[in-house]
Design a protein around this ligand. Structure first.
Ligand code: SAM
Length: 198
């Protein structure tokens, strides 16, 4: 199983979502979700299918465009906002909407936008760690954060180490799981799954 699918499965499991069926608005198990790196929109589509409200962050207009093209809010029954800005603004944006402590899921899919002219625009360790810490502050009870970390490109391994170091400083109220790719090496992707337990 690839790690993107595993992230979706772990989130579904956490919220008792039957991922084989699309939820309607009444039966949605997730209230507020955030895609911190919307990119091509695949994670946003998954979140929109199971959430009532979704905030999609990305610093690239191209990513917002691709995600908007993939998501049709009417059929998904989800209220979606696109924020063309860095995810280091998560806390400010959540606070502006008065939804602190109500965010059920935050997904990070780090690295760069595939098949773009701007593959040099990658997430960076400083803003990723800031956004992770802000996300942890905003999370609901039993809320979860997934971080898919790519270690094969320039700065990717350092970003993963910085995220890991930041997670090591969290207290007992958090469960942190790490999932490696099949045939893992020092440069293969890693999925980190963070859950608030109290
Ligand atoms: C691997 S792609 C995301 C893939 C996406 N989740 C999907 O399902 O297709 C990583 C994205 O992170 C975005 N990005 C880079 N730095 C960012 C930042 N500081 N805040 C938000 N997005 C950022 C890039 O523009 C790129 O679109």
């Amino acid at each position: 199983m690839n790690l993107t699918q595993l992230a979706h499965d772990l989130i579904s499991e956490n919220f008792n979502i039957d991922s084989s069926s699309q939820s309607n608005n009444v039966s949605k198990k997730i209230t507020y979700a955030i895609d911190a790196t919307c990119g091509n929109g695949n994670d946003s589509l998954f979140l929109a299918e199971h959430s009532k409200y979704l905030l999609c962050f990305d610093i690239q207009a191209e990513a917002t465009k691709r995600t908007q093209a993939l998501l049709a809010p009417e059929s998904l029954g989800c209220s979606i906002e696109y924020l063309e800005m860095g995810h280091e603004n998560i806390l400010e944006q959540v606070t502006a909407r008065q939804i602190n402590s109500q965010i059920d899921v935050v997904m990070f899919n780090l690295g760069f936008l595939p098949k773009s002219d701007h593959q040099h625009i990658t997430t960076s360790q400083t803003s990723t760690v800031q956004a992770l810490q802000q996300s942890m502050q905003c999370l609901s009870n039993n809320g979860v954060i997934s971080l898919l970390c790519y270690r094969g490109h320039d700065g990717g391994a350092e970003e993963f180490d910085a995220v890991n170091a930041s997670l090591k400083q969290t207290g007992d109220d958090w469960q942190i799981q790490q999932f490696d790719s099949a045939k893992a090496t020092d440069t293969t992707p890693v999925l980190l799954f963070v859950k608030r337990t109290a």
